[in-house]
Design a protein around this ligand. Structure first.
Ligand code: DAH
Length: 342
């Protein structure tokens, strides 16, 4: 099989032209492409169009030669483009001028953000972070914290029991607050104690816009010689200023917790011009001086040591800070909500 001499000559001269063409600039490359491979008038394109007209005996060999030529021309273009460098629109499949793709970036959950903010304030005052188990026994969760045996909080309405307490065995439950970690910390070492305890707690409550079956608390405990209610007020004032601004207005309101005496709740003044009176008091935490009975239950001498404790709900503070009015949205992982916290 041989291709007719005239076609052979055309192919050879094209081959030569392709191999010697100067592709030293973007324009030259583009000219070369149009001349040989252009859709309408490119000479190689022209030859390809002629394949069906070639004598069947020669067609195969001819087609092969033309394809080889095309490959050589394309290779030259590619090589020349690389040599020219990036950024040449129209001469490359890659448009280097397009903006890059920004990878999707996660963000901290508002609860994590709030938790970090809270713990950072106390860490800067020398508190260390402790953690305790979420599955707790009745003794740590209630008894050691001076809950009388028939206190309403022990009621099954509030507590998820894993094992009911019996005459012989202590009950096992999902902790209802982070306060049992106070007991674990004090049993574990010697005073002074200065800890904060973040963690998840569980309550068997009806789920609504303001309560959920699980939530998060941060507990604080400081026990040493001569710790006073004045120290408690000071640290909580510092804390409130850090979280709600320098001019935050707060008040201590007498309250009751079995494990503190005296006990108080702290409210902050929430300014709202749309409300009658220009705002309202909002409770942010419970606190008090550690009850001597609690110190005794862990073998700390209440004649020598005094201490304060406090506990707050992280959800509540996050909701105040971010103006969230339904607690459930914090657990739904709805991206439309979460992406607002970038
Ligand atoms: N444990 C209490 C609760 O879950 C909060 C609390 C109040 C913790 C007073 C304290 C405290 O340490 O002193 O509602």
């Amino acid at each position: 099989m041989s291709i007719s001499t005239s076609i052979e000559e055309t192919l050879t001269s094209l081959e030569k032209e392709i191999s010697v063409a100067d592709l030293g600039s973007d324009e030259a490359i583009e000219e070369f492409r149009i001349r040989f491979l252009g859709k309408k008038q490119g000479s190689i394109t022209g030859l390809m169009k002629r394949i069906p007209d070639v004598d069947p005996a020669d067609r195969r060999a001819f087609g092969q030669r033309v394809n080889e030529l095309k490959a050589v021309a394309q290779a030259r273009i590619q090589k020349a483009q690389v040599a020219q460098g990036p950024g040449v629109a129209g001469t490359s499949d890659v448009d280097y001028s397009l903006p890059g793709r920004v990878p999707a970036r996660g963000s901290l959950h508002p609860l994590t953000e709030t938790y970090r903010l809270i713990t950072r304030v106390f860490e800067s005052y020398g508190f260390s972070i402790e953690e305790g188990p979420e599955i707790e026994d009745d003794w740590h969760n209630f008894t050691a914290l001076n809950f009388p045996p028939n206190h309403p909080a022990r009621d099954m309405q509030d507590t998820f029991f894993i094992e009911q307490p019996t005459q012989k065995h202590d009950g096992i439950l999902l902790r209802t607050h982070t306060s049992p970690v106070q007991i674990r910390v004090m049993l574990d070492s010697e005073p002074p104690f200065r800890v904060i305890v973040p963690g998840r707690v569980y309550r068997n409550e009806a789920i609504s816009y303001k309560s959920y079956c699980l939530f998060h608390q941060v507990e604080g405990l400081y026990v040493d010689e001569g710790v006073s209610m004045g120290d408690l007020k000071h640290i909580l004032h510092v804390f409130a200023r850090e979280l709600f601004g320098e001019d935050v207005v707060m008040r201590f309101r007498p309250s009751f917790f079995p494990f503190t005496e005296p006990s108080a709740e702290v409210d902050i003044w929430w300014k709202d011009d749309n409300m009658p009176g220009g705002g309202r008091w909002l409770e942010i935490l419970g606190c008090g001086m550690v009850d001597p009975n609690v110190l005794e239950s862990v073998g700390v001498d209440p004649e020598k040591y005094t201490g304060y404790a406090f506990g707050m709900g992280i959800e509540r503070i996050a909701m105040l800070r971010y103006g969230i009015d339904d607690i459930r949205i914090l657990y739904e992982n709805d991206e439309r909500f979460l992406s607002q916290f970038d």
